[in-house]
Design a protein around this ligand. Structure first.
Ligand code: GLY
Length: 354
């Protein structure tokens, strides 16, 4: 069992992230022991409910079951969750509990942040991507027809329970999409400014077989390293005014790939691996890194056998990247590699990209 602590200065709120592989049936007791008030609402993914509903042991009346898929992260479900919370007469002391992947965590977290101007919130991420990224750092939100996550809040949970048992039933594609974010941390590690030397790159190369065969202890350690790196970043810059932008490595081009393919063809992790590949090529072209580092990157993606994505028409991709919510005026912001495990922010024009 690993217990990490997150301290966000602005809110003076410190909360634990607990990582373990205890039986899923012990989670309810762990969660209930953390509640401030008596009442709660569990927002749970339909898939997780089917696989673990019995073991988790929550009553039907305590649950809001959310269908799976990004399209469920919408206004309609946000409203439905709030209405259930109102019906249950949750007060400010009560809690919304999210059990599922990023969609459940973002949606339930946004509901928790706005219900009665903010009630307690507990995250139980059940996908690798949610464990290492979306459940840590307090980003919540919903999607609209204008784009993803354009409505949301920064709202830190009271506690995060990461139970690695959930990862054993993840399908391969979902596991790989999480590995996309894990690999990202290896390539930004030094820029995360962690006081500890975590050396994720070494850990990944020494344990690749165990990771891919989902050895629980290996996954626990890998998740611990990633979460420590994310904590290091979000503690220094909760609201993404500076340092936190490095977490968007691979995302500028990756988001354009997702948009170009209508969020249907590739998962987020697959798209950001392509985005990191684009960033590596750009960094070589701009003489930021030498070719050996690019070959090292090529080798890593080959070893993890990430899905290969074709190059899409450059003019269309540039147009989409310019529409990104992180774009500013005529500039497109990229996080590019500058050295081993180091990245920096670059603002490039369309002309620079030609
Ligand atoms: N997913 C990137 C962040 O939390 O900032």
């Amino acid at each position: 069992m690993v217990k990490l602590s997150v301290k966000i200065n602005e809110q003076e709120k410190t909360y634990p992230i607990i990582i373990n592989d205890n039986p899923v049936s012990t989670l309810k007791e762990d969660i209930l022991s953390r509640l401030e008030g008596k009442k709660f609402l569990v927002v749970i993914s339909e898939k997780v409910e089917k696989l673990y509903g019995k073991a988790l042991g929550f009553e039907k009346s305590e649950k809001f079951i959310l269908k799976d898929g990004e399209k469920e992260k919408n206004f309609k479900n946000y409203k439905k969750i709030l209405e259930r919370a109102l019906k249950l007469q949750l007060t400010r002391k009560d809690t919304i509990i999210a059990i599922g992947g990023g969609v459940v965590g973002d949606l339930a977290g946004f509901a928790a942040s706005t219900y009665m101007r903010g009630i307690n919130f507990i995250q139980v991420p059940t996908t690798l991507l949610a464990c290492v990224d979306s459940s840590v750092g307090g980003k919540t939100g919903i999607d609209t027809s204008f784009g993803k996550n354009l409505i949301g809040s920064f709202y830190q949970p009271n506690v995060v329970f990461i139970n690695t048992n959930f990862l054993q039933t993840l399908d391969d594609r979902q596991f790989k999409t999480g590995m996309g974010e894990v690999v990202k941390y290896a390539f930004i590690e030094k820029s995360c400014l962690s006081e500890e030397d975590l050396n994720l790159t070494n850990y990944l190369s020494e344990n690749i077989e165990k990771i891919l065969s989902r050895n629980l202890r290996t996954l626990e350690k890998m998740i611990e390293i990633c979460v420590k790196l994310k904590i290091s970043v979000v503690q220094k810059d909760e609201k993404e005014s500076g340092l936190r932008k490095i977490l968007n490595f691979g995302h500028t081009y990756g988001h354009a790939v997702e948009k170009f393919t209508n969020y249907k063809k590739y998962t987020h992790g697959e798209a950001i691996v392509k985005g990191m590949d684009f960033a590596f090529n750009l960094a070589v072209k701009r003489n930021l890194i030498d070719k050996n580092y690019k070959y090292f990157w090529d080798d890593v993606i080959k070893k993890f056998n990430f899905k290969s994505i074709p190059d899409y028409p450059p003019e269309k991709m540039v147009k989409l990247m310019k529409m990104d919510k992180k774009a500013e005026f005529e500039y497109i912001t990229f996080i590019l590699p500058t050295d081993y495990s180091e990245v920096a922010e670059f603002k490039l024009t369309e002309k620079d990209l030609q």
